[in-house]
Design a binder for this molecule. Structure first.
Ligand SMILES: Nc1ncnc2c1ncn2[C@@H]1O[C@H](COP(=O)(O)OP(=O)(O)O)[C@@H](O)[C@H]1O
Ligand SMILES: [Mg+2]
Length: 351
């Protein structure tokens, strides 16, 4: 995307006296992403992320300054402060595998910026959409999953949630190396269970139901849900049903893949927070077979059939079982009791 709209900075604009904009990579809800060149370190290409709230920020024609629209300057300052605090927290995370280190952050043009290394890569969303049936093999999916899980475990340890894990926020390098990016939605969290006002930023299909509630308790289980959805997307070739739709419908467990992997996806994507894996490490250990998944009786053998709208599920085995029980075994049992009763009465009378 090398387009300029009225809001993006011009190509060649110099930021912080050293980052020269080369290209516009994207505009999300929170900001605009630019590819840039470090002018003193000729070899160094970077990505600069500008804090620019979509629909709430504009840029004047004669100034690079960001102006607000529909929110007060005070509110904007608060968000900007959060963005910069987050950049600062991220910049302290050193050597986290499979993430890109925030190497710099600064304020300019009445907004905030963060800088990270540029990598030659394609985002997983685009990559998946080019594959036959929009999906990849279990082997390949599990390899990406393991890398992203490594990154996520480390950031969770640092008390940071990602909250927007999805294929578009994962970069795949030429050698198959995966990077988790776009911590734009990440917010520091202090402890599991603390309820705080959050901005509702979410991607349907990947966000659990509680993420739709700005005041919900937040925790690592939000990212666990998205990790389940990520596996689903990679293996099934489509985004799973949005959590809000699942309130009135059943998500069909993924079919045509290992039952074990399917069970892991369903546990990670459980609507109930307490039934999900509680840590990324736990999810990974079960997925990789180091730990067994405790599956409730009957769940493992359940046969699911995808019905209309991709919704409904029926357990044929159950149907058969209940048919025998309801129409054959129970009536037969009663007939036998009645016959035994008649026989004993008849014998009693004849004696
Ligand atoms: N460090 C990076 N190196 C290379 N490309 C990147 C990098 N960071 C982001 N991109 C590209 O820019 C796109 C948008 O970046 P992202 O951080 O996801 O912002 P947003 O979703 O807010 O637009 C990504 O999908 C990816 O293609
Ligand atoms: Mg993104």
């Amino acid at each position: 995307m090398n387009t300029k709209n009225q809001h993006t900075l011009q190509i060649s604009t110099l930021l912080n006296g050293k980052y020269k904009i080369l290209k516009i990579l994207g505009h999300g809800g929170f900001g605009i992403t630019y590819q840039a060149q470090h002018i003193y370190l000729a070899e160094k290409q970077v990505v600069v992320k500008e804090f620019f709230l979509s629909g709430k920020c504009v840029r004047g024609n004669d100034s690079l300054d960001v102006q607000t629209q529909g929110i007060s300057q005070n509110e904007f300052e608060n968000f900007k402060k959060r963005f910069l605090t987050e950049a600062q927290i991220l910049s302290k995370l050193k050597n986290v595998p499979h993430t890109l280190e925030v190497s710099d952050f600064f304020e300019e043009n009445n907004t905030g910026y963060l800088v990270m290394p540029f990598v030659e890569a394609e985002d997983l969303g685009k990559y998946l959409s080019k594959q036959p049936e929009n999906r990849i093999s279990e082997k390949e999916a599990l390899a990406y999953f393991a890398q992203i899980a490594t990154a996520l475990e480390a950031i969770h340890k640092a008390n940071i949630l990602h909250r927007d894990i999805k294929p578009a926020n994962i970069l795949i390098g030429k050698n198959g190396e995966a990077y988790l990016i776009d911590f734009g939605a990440a917010r520091e969290f202090i402890a599991e269970g603390i309820s705080q006002t959050m901005t509702a930023i979410l991607t349907p299909g990947y966000a659990p139901l509680e993420q739709y509630d700005e005041h919900a308790k937040r925790g690592v289980t939000m990212d666990i849900y998205a990790m389940g959805a990520l596996l689903y997307r990679m293996l099934m070739g489509k985004t799973p049903m949005a959590a809000v739709s699942r309130v009135n419908a059943v998500l069909v467990p993924p079919m045509g893949i290992s039952t074990h992997v399917s069970a892991v996806i369903m546990k990670a994507m459980d609507m109930d927070v307490v039934n999900r894996f509680q840590t990324v490490g736990e999810m990974r250990a079960v997925l990789e077979g180091e730990q067994k998944l405790e599956i409730a009786d009957g769940v493992a053998e359940t046969q699911w059939i995808e019905g209309a709208n991709g919704l409904i599920v029926k357990k044929e085995k159950d149907k058969e079982d209940s048919f025998w029980l309801e129409y054959i075994i129970i009536p037969l049992f009663f007939i036998l009791i009645i016959m035994a009763f008649i026989l004993t009465t008849f014998r009693g009378c004849s004696e």
